[in-house]
Every structure is written in C-alpha cells, then in structure tokens.
Design a protein around this ligand. Structure first.
Ligand code: GLP
Length: 266
C-alpha cells in the first residue's frame, strides 16, 4: 500500500490498483471489527478500472457476502435493468461478479422509486466507505452546485453540464433529466470517503473542491470538512493543486492533505 506520506498523484493505472487495494483494506478492517460493511460506490466512468482490479485481484480477498452495497444516485424513471441506469452498472461491475451480499437501489422494475427518498435514507445502515467521482461542476452523487451540506436524500433536476457529460444523445438527456441522490448530510457522514479524479477536464473541479473555502457552490468541497477524505488523482486532474502537507492525521489514521491553488506544474 502507498504509505500515507506519499502524495497520491500517480498515473491512472497505478492509482486504480492503489484504490482497489485501499478499498479492500478499508472494507476488510470493517468486516473484522463489525462483521459487515456498507459500501457506496460511484457509478461513473472514473472508477471502472478500479472495479476491474477488485474483480480480477480481490474477488476472494474478503467475504463480499458480508458487504452491503448501497446505490448513491440514479436517474428517475429507469428500471434497474436499463443499461443507462446506475443500478445496472453496479450490478454488472460489482454486485454480481464479486458476489456482494445485499444491494439497495432506488428504482423498481417500473422505473419508479421503490420508496420515498426520505425512507431510503432512513433505512440505510451506517455508511463505512463512499467511493466518489467528481462532476466537472463539482457535484458528488447527484448533489449539484447549490446543494447545502445538510441536504437530505432527494429528487433533483440534473444540470445541463451533468447531462452533457453523461449522455451523448439528446433523447437520453431528456429522458434522464431528473435524478435521485443520497444527500450530502448522508454522504458526508460516511466513516471514510475516497475521491477519485482523472483527466484535465476534472482539474478545475478538483481545485475548487480541494483549494477553495468549502461551500455549496462546489458540493465536493464538503468532503474536506469530514477529516476522513482520501484523494487519488492523476497528474492531469491534479494540475491546479499541490499537496502542501502530507502526513498521518484524522481519526482513522489516514493521510490528510492540504492543497494550494495556482500550482500548475507541467
Ligand atoms: C456522475 C455521477 C456521480 C459520479 C460523477 C463522476 O454524474 N452522478 O456518481 O461519481 O458524476 O462521473 P464520471 O466518473 O463518469 O466522470
């Protein structure tokens, strides 16, 4: 495992391996301590390589039957077997190949919410680990800019930026204009958060998340308030940030970083 004092800015392949290893270590600790663990993974493109490593290298590393996977966000109106749905993504990439024991998702076979967002949130176990990607506008889950850090699990209208990044076809953007998401109060209460970011198109969002004063203008910036955030980024995504302090800190002994803006180094 990469030692805490080493900045976690590396090439994507190396970081995908490091992230998978770190996820397994984190879940393994929880399984040892509690006998079960709750994982909330992003269904974006960023963690795809990490999930492939989980399947290839870590299928038998822990008892995945004791892991409860909870869906972070979803498009309203899509059945869980719709290939555009995040539920379908999570089932294909994680739940089925790893043999995960429980999977809580938002929508039923008719595309409607199985329960209200409030009931969904009330029914969740404590969240042990959230694997986040970041939207170009700084969203996490589907908490778009403007979402306050105490926001509940709720239906949301998706921004043109998010729909544009997630769908190539206009018909899909129209069909999936509404989402449902775990609220920031729930995501920020997780025992541990991992934020993954690759590519120059995420550089400004990452800079705002890590360098600016936390505010609802950039929902991902709220993750820093938790003191339980690990960031893994490739050099393109981290081109506007540099770690200025690296060391062990936080209540779980994980590294804590600070960043300075305007540190672009080619
Ligand atoms: C998407 C999802 C998030 C995801 C983020 C980054 O819109 N709502 O759950 O983590 O934005 O996605 P990607 O990794 O595809 O860039």
């Amino acid at each position: 495992m990469i030692p805490p004092e080493q900045p976690w800015v590396l090439a994507r392949e190396a970081l995908s391996r490091a992230a998978a290893r770190w996820i397994v270590d984190t879940l393994s600790d929880r399984l040892e301590a509690a006998g079960h663990a709750c994982l909330v993974p992003s269904a974006g493109r960023t963690p795809l390589a990490t999930y492939a490593v989980l399947r290839d290298r870590y299928r038998n590393a822990i008892d995945w039957r004791c892991v409860h996977l909870v869906q972070m966000d979803e498009y309203m109106g899509l059945a869980p077997d719709d290939p555009r749905s995040f539920a379908d993504y999570l089932r294909r990439h994680l739940v089925e190949p790893l043999g995960i024991g429980a999977f809580t998702h938002f929508n039923g076979a008719d595309g409607r919410l199985l329960r209200s967002p409030a009931a969904y949130e009330r029914g969740l176990p404590p969240i042990d680990l959230v694997v986040h990607g970041i939207g170009r506008n700084g969203h996490i889950g589907f908490n778009e800019p403007g979402a306050v850090f105490t926001s509940p699990t709720r239906a949301v209208r998706l921004s043109p930026s998010t729909l544009g990044a997630n769908f190539a076809v206009d018909a899909d953007r129209q069909a999936c204009a509404m989402g449902v998401t775990l609220g920031l109060r729930c995501l920020l209460a997780a025992r541990q958060s991992l934020l993954l970011a690759w590519g120059v198109e995420k550089a400004d969002a990452l800079r705002r998340a890590l360098c600016d004063t936390p505010s609802s203008r950039c929902p991902a910036s709220g993750l820093r308030l938790t003191g339980r955030l690990i960031v893994m980024a490739d050099p393109d995504a981290a081109r506007l940030c540099i770690p200025v302090v690296a060391g062990s800190a936080g209540n779980s002994g994980t590294p804590k970083w600070e960043y300075h803006a305007g540190a672009h180094i080619d």
